[in-house]
Structure formats: structure tokens, C-alpha cells
Write a protein that binds this ligand. Structure first.
Ligand code: ADP
Length: 452
């Protein structure tokens, strides 16, 4: 087992990884920008290294600085968290070239899944169901037109290098295709430096359901069931749950069997999440994330497992030591992503948190790096806390979330806490009856009511 792990991240996820290490008796090294010198992840780590100025490209994304920090502190391995360098195949290669372990998948699999066209090709060959669309990248608008006619409008033009919902444009009819095509390509070029795009049928009322997997280096692949992440705004998740209100054990088992067999054939290792759209009882693969996900805690709560510890054990070469039949699900878990944003306009609202009070009690978990007096810096993602609840049933979990949201205090900055409270009270949410488009409408109706 590793003696020391460097955590190449910040905020709640750096703290999350630190906690797993500490329980395993592994020493931790935090890295931080000058803006994060007093951050919680720095305070808790056994050692810390400043790796640069506030801008992420000069600090948390600076591969040489991160690897140097690992070398000078004598770390054995690097955990990248999510975001930043977590899905950068070159970084994973550099880490290994310096004799360190990268706590994540092999570089070739990071690269394959980072290219959504290559990922879809791989999944097609493994028998995983896909959203109908183009086979590979589209070279011309005429090709896009042909595929759109074949799969029928509405269609979606998506960036091969996409992420965070960028480089994605809907065309509802042939008239809209040219504009969607050029806007998606321009956005993709600007955001990712790569304007390759592909086309998918735009599903009008899907749910977003994803499957958590772990694979060790001894050929064992298991899944930990699904997460339903259908509550989204601008293709960004706000609330996630395990399990999905619409899926039964048979559907989960069938998908899990296809996916684990496929990943085993691929020789995949460590954690991964396969994202699907689900509509009319059918799954359609959209992408695979080769890292720990923000919403991983809901899976941990229903399976009673620490996914970060498992990632570390796998990277150290240990076998999982259990099989699919040993993984049991109990109860229901919900996570609310609380961000430092205006709950109506979603404008970022960094600044000083004058008072912070975390909720508690049975079945309540808070993953956050907040403290009273903390200044949320303007340079990074606006996520400030994840509030997770676990209860025997979905109805009880909702009741627990309402109670916990009511106890939580984040004063001094605007947060999305009031929006989460409203979502928990919405009958559609309580009934579990919604698609990926529901929340957007709910937010705009709520804003209209507030204005009227
Ligand atoms: P990104 O990597 O940018 O997050 P994804 O491919 O994961 O992009 O898609 C993000 C979200 O966009 C999905 O969760 C879903 O809400 C929506 N989406 C993606 N593909 C489709 C599609 N073919 N039809 C309808 N919605 C889609």
C-alpha cells in the first residue's frame, strides 16, 4: 500500500480523498494555488505545496508543478479527484513516467473515452446500446443533413471533445441544422481547440441514468448500480439519487451485465461511470467518465462502500476481493449540489461566508470544505457543498433532505439552498415523474412567479 498520496485538487473533493487516505493510514500532500492558502484541504493535509497563482491553468492544471510537488514530498501516487487533470491522458502518462502511480484508469482508456466518438465506437463494438446517430465524426454539413434525415429531427450536434454541456446544439428541423452545425463547431473549437462534431438523435423526454463501475487489475469488474441525474440545468446536474425512481432490479442487472462484460473485454481498470439516456424503457449510451464523479456519494450510501478507498486499493494492485453478488443495495440516497450562485439567475456569487452551519442527524452527510469566515474565491467552480441523505425509502429520503436543508446555514453569500428546498417540495419531484427538461422549466416558472 502507498505511504503517501498527493491530492491534485481542491475544495470538497480534495478533502474527500484526504479522509479516505487518513482512514487507511496513508499520509497526504495537498497542493494549492495562492488563492487557496487557507483552504480546508490545505489545513487538513499532512503536508502542502503551493503550486502557483490563482488561475487554474497556472496552478491546478499545471502538470509540471503538480508532479514536482509529488517528487519533492516523496509521494507514491497521485489522486486527481474530478475536473482539473482527472481526465487528462497525458498527465496520467507523465505521472507514471515519473515512477508514481496514477489513481485512475490507464492513459489509453482515458484518451479513448475522452473522445466521445471513439467512446461510442468502443461501446458499439462491446454491444452497449447507443443513441442513434452518425458513425464517427461528420466532415460536412451535407453528411449531417443525411444522418439527420435518417434518424429524423430533432437532432443534436455534439463536440467530440465535449464536456460540461458545451459544444452541443439542437436542430429541431432541417432549417435549424446549418446554424446548429456552425455554432456547435465554433463553440467546440473555442472550448476544446477541436471542432470535430458528431450527430445524435435528440431524445425529447429522457432521464439521465448512469452506472458506477470498478475494475481491478486482476480482471474483476463489478458495478454499484445506477444514479439518476435527471435534474439538470443547462446539461449540468443539480440533484442526483441512487437508485433511480424508474428502474427495477431486472433492468439494472441486465444493463450491469452488458457493461461489466464489455469493460472486462476492454481491460479497463479503476473507477468509471457510463452515462445513458433512458426513454421508453430503453438505455442509450452517451459517454463514459473515467474518474470519480461529483455524485459518487449517493452510490456509497446505498452500497455501504468507500469508492475512493477502492480506487486507492486498485491502484496499489490489490484485488477487489468481492464479486457482483456481494454488492447489495439498501435504501435510497439523494444529493443536492449547493453552489455559490444566485438561486434565480445562477450568477456566481463568491465572497465571504460569515456563518456556516452544517446539518446533522441520522443519515445525513455533508461533503464540503466550507467554514465560517471562509472566502469563496472567484477563480473556480462554484460548488461549495454537497448535502447527501440516506433513508430506507425515497419518500423518507426526501423528508430527510427537506429537514437537513432547513438546518443548513451558509450566510454571507447567495447559494442555491432555496432552490433545492423548492425542488424537494415539488409534487413532480416527489412522484419521481420528470425528464431531463423538467428542472429548467421549474426554475423559470419559479422566477416568473417571484417576479409577478
Ligand atoms: P457533456 O460531456 O458535455 O456533459 P453529455 O454527452 O454527457 O455531455 O450530455 C450532457 C447532457 O446533455 C445529458 O445528461 C443530457 O441531459 C443532454 N443530452 C446529451 N445527449 C442528448 C441527446 N442525444 N438527446 C437529448 N439530450 C441529450
Amino acid at each position: 500500500m502507498f505511504g503517501k498520496v498527493l491530492i491534485a485538487n481542491r475544495g470538497e473533493i480534495a478533502l474527500r480523498v484526504h479522509r479516505a487516505c487518513q482512514e487507511m493510514g496513508i499520509r497526504t500532500v495537498a497542493v494549492h494555488s495562492t488563492a487557496d492558502a487557507t483552504a480546508m484541504h490545505v489545513r487538513f493535509a499532512d503536508e502542502s505545496v503551493c503550486i502557483g497563482p490563482p488561475a487554474a491553468r497556472d496552478s491546478y492544471l499545471n502538470m509540471a508543478a503538480v508532479i514536482s510537488a509529488a517528487m519533492v514530498t516523496g509521494a507514491d501516487a497521485i489522486h486527481p479527484g474530478y475536473g482539473f487533470l482527472s481526465e487528462n491522458a497525458r498527465f496520467a502518462e507523465m505521472v507514471e513516467a515519473h515512477g508514481l502511480k496514477f489513481i485512475g484508469p490507464a492513459p489509453e482508456h482515458i484518451r479513448m473515452m475522452g473522445d466521445k466518438i471513439a467512446a461510442k465506437d468502443a461501446m458499439r463494438s462491446l454491444g452497449v446500446p447507443l443513441v442513434p446517430g452518425s458513425m464517427g465524426a461528420l466532415e460536412t454539413l451535407e453528411q449531417a443533413r443525411d444522418v439527420a434525415e435518417a434518424v429524423k429531427y430533432p437532432v443534436l450536434i455534439k463536440a467530440a471533445a465535449g464536456g460540461g454541456g458545451r459544444g452541443m446544439k439542437v436542430a429541431r428541423s432541417a432549417d435549424e441544422l446549418e446554424e446548429a452545425w456552425s455554432v456547435a463547431r465554433t463553440e467546440a473549437k473555442a472550448a476544446f481547440g477541436d471542432d470535430s462534431v458528431y450527430l445524435e438523435k435528440y431524445l425529447d423526454r429522457p432521464r439521465h441514468i448512469e452506472l458506477q463501475v470498478l475494475a481491478d487489475t486482476h480482471g474483476n469488474v463489478v458495478h454499484f448500480g445506477e444514479r439518476d441525474c435527471s435534474l439538470q440545468r443547462r446539461h449540468q446536474k443539480l440533484v442526483e439519487e441512487a437508485g433511480s425512481p424508474v428502474l427495477d432490479a431486472a433492468a439494472r442487472d441486465a444493463l450491469g451485465a452488458t457493461v461489466t462484460a464489455g469493460l472486462s473485454k476492454l481491460g479497463y481498470r479503476n473507477a468509471g461511470t457510463l452515462e445513458f439516456l433512458w426513454q421508453d424503457g430503453q438505455f442509450a449510451f452517451i459517454e463514459m467518465n473515467t474518474r470519480l464523479q461529483v455524485e459518487h456519494p449517493v452510490t456509497e450510501m446505498v452500497c455501504g462502500i468507500d469508492l475512493v478507498k477502492e480506487q486507492i486499493r486498485i491502484a496499489a494492485g490489490e484485488a477487489l476481493g468481492y464479486g457482483q453478488k456481494d454488492i447489495l443495495f439498501y435504501g435510497h440516497a439523494i444529493e443536492c449540489r449547493i453552489t455559490a450562485e444566485d438561486p434565480e439567475s445562477f450568477a456566481p456569487n463568491p465572497g465571504k461566508v460569515t456563518t456556516y452551519h452544517a446539518p446533522g442527524g441520522l443519515g445525513v452527510r455533508v461533503d464540503s470544505a466550507l467554514y465560517s469566515g471562509y472566502v469563496v474565491p472567484p477563480h473556480y467552480d462554484s460548488l461549495v457543498a454537497k448535502l447527501i441523505v440516506h433513508a430506507p425509502t425515497r419518500a423518507e429520503a426526501i423528508g430527510r433532505m427537506r429537514r437537513a436543508l432547513g438546518e443548513m446555514v451558509v450566510a454571507g453569500i447567495k447559494t442555491t439552498l432555496p432552490l433545492h428546498q423548492a425542488v424537494m417540495e415539488a409534487p413532480e419531484f416527489q412522484d419521481g415523474d420528470y425528464t431531463i427538461h423538467w428542472l429548467e422549466r421549474f426554475v423559470s416558472d419559479r422566477n416568473t412567479d417571484a417576479a409577478g
